[in-house]
Design a protein around this ligand. Structure first.
Ligand code: UD1
Length: 433
């Protein structure tokens, strides 16, 4: 199993490049199910979840070319022959976002069988809202042998109101609605840039969608979609992680190939913490820190609020800030597994329900620590970069699910980090966002 060995103490200086957003690429790959033609996606990140999605689509009969070059990371997907519209348990259990194929499969094939996602390290994470929406659109859903089966000759438009804001739920039902007969109105939708990115691809494929990126989305169903080429948005969570890396190490870092407009809440918090942020252009941001950081509370919210996927990384920064930082996690229960590992490195964090209290600043010291999920892994790397001595971070397969060659990128700007073990060694028990 791979480990990272990190020696702390170096400020990060230079330019670090952001990859394409995994959470945009996953629904966009699923959208290829909606057409018999080829869909080409550019700026695909080279991370394990994308490989899992490739396997998932291929297991259904799709042809998926996935190529990573120096200049371009691209996939071309042809779902002309979807002989087996089934998302098997072996794949779903390693990547919860596999449930994103449910809507497109029913819409295109009239049926889908998707293994039910199991428990999850960061909370229960049901998909009841996806199912409720599909039922309103005319699908009949049954459950047997650990699989959900959804059937509909043709889905029809409906008025859907989400009880709770869900990102993949919005994406799944949007993909179902584009081929449904008639009009669909979706209310209380997620406004995340990943939803907007997916909608842009669907529109390029011939879908009629208005309002993506707002709480209310209108869809006028069409009988058929065609192929398209689309470039995936930069990963705002990877960009945010690098901004924290620049600030926590007292560095001077330019984060390139990002979209600063998607980083508003994170930038505001970093500024409140005493970091200096300059938006250099439409795709690059500079972060500098040269002095003590100060505490500034966060409360995770749906976009455009502070992202839950940045909570763990921000908590690493809070351990270095003077004063008391309150961190409230509103989106997921039980998303504080990084706390005990940060405490083992010398942080002073207590958790009460959904609120963590971070007392800083703490002198962190190296320890052997373990990743529990994707973003928790990132927080440990950030903490290790300011800890005394050499930290060994185990189970970095969690990190490989969503960060492309992070150790190489960080080394390029001065971090002392190396990987031990087999790159991308297969793991079956990883869990996922
Ligand atoms: C997506 C992101 C993940 C991010 C999360 C919140 C992907 C692949 N993953 O996850 O990185 O952390 O958004 O920004 O894009 N819920 C229900 N019923 C449902 C669906 C969700 O109760 O049917 C609840 C969840 O338990 C959670 C909340 O709604 O408490 C938000 O979850 P959701 O937005 O669906 O997260 P994901 O789409 O799985």
């Amino acid at each position: 199993m791979d480990k990272f060995v990190v020696r702390g103490g170096n400020p990060l200086v230079g330019t670090i490049r952001v990859s394409g957003a995994k959470n945009s690429a996953l629904p966009c790959m699923a959208a290829a199910i909606l057409t018999e033609d080829e869909v080409t996606l550019e700026n695909i990140p080279q991370v394990r979840d994308i490989e899992t999605e490739r396997k998932l689509l291929a297991s259904m009969g799709a042809e998926v070319e996935l190529g990573y070059g120096r200049a371009q990371h691209r996939t071309t997907i042809s779902c002309r022959n979807l002989s087996d519209p089934v998302a098997k348990y072996e794949i779903v259990k390693t990547m919860r976002a596999s449930s994103l194929v449910l809507g497109p499969l029913v819409a295109r094939c009239g049926m889908a069988r998707v293994a039910m996602p199991g428990g999850c390290a960061i909370g229960g994470r049901p998909i009841d809202l996806h199912l409720k929406g599909l039922e309103k659109m005319g699908a009949v859903i049954t459950q047997e042998h650990g699989y959900l089966e959804a059937r509909a000759t043709r889905l029809h438009g409906a008025h859907l109101v989400f009880d709770k804001i869900t990102v993949t739920g919005t994406e799944d039902l949007l993909m179902a609605a584009v081929l449904a007969e008639g009009e669909t109105t979706m209310e209380n939708c997620a406004r995340e840039p990943e939803v907007t990115d997916l909608a842009a691809l669907l529109i390029a494929m011939g879908a009629k969608i208005h309002g993506a990126g707002t709480p209310t989305i209108h869809v006028h169903g069409v009988p058929k979609l065609h192929g398209a080429r689309h470039r995936i948005n930069p990963d705002r969570i990877e960009a945010g992680t690098f901004l924290v890396a620049g600030a926590i190490t007292q560095g001077d870092l330019i984060v390139s190939n990002c979209n600063p407009q998607h980083l508003g809440a994170v930038i505001r918090k970093l500024e409140e913490s005493g970091a200096r942020i300059d938006i250099l252009s439409s795709d690059s941001v500079r972060v500098r820190a040269d002095g003590p950081l100060k505490a500034s509370d966060i409360s995770t919210l749906e976009y455009p609020g502070f992202p839950t996927d940045m909570q763990a990384q921000y908590m690493a920064l809070a351990t270095q800030a003077e004063g008391v930082t309150m961190v409230k996690e509103n989106i997921f229960e039980n998303r504080f597994m990084h706390v005990q590992e940060l405490n083992r490195m010398g942080a002073n964090i207590t958790v009460d329900g959904r609120t963590a209290t971070v007392r800083g600043s703490s002198r962190l010291s190296s320890a052997a620590v373990m990743c529990s999920d994707l973003r928790a892994s990132a927080s440990l790397v950030l903490a290790a970069m300011v800890a005394d001595g050499e930290t060994i971070i185990d189970r970095v397969y969690h990190m490989d699910r969503g960060y492309e060659r992070i150790e190489e990128k960080l080394r390029g700007v001065g971090a002392q980090i190396r990987r031990m073990g087999d790159v991308f060694a297969p793991r079956e028990d990883a869990w996922h966002e």
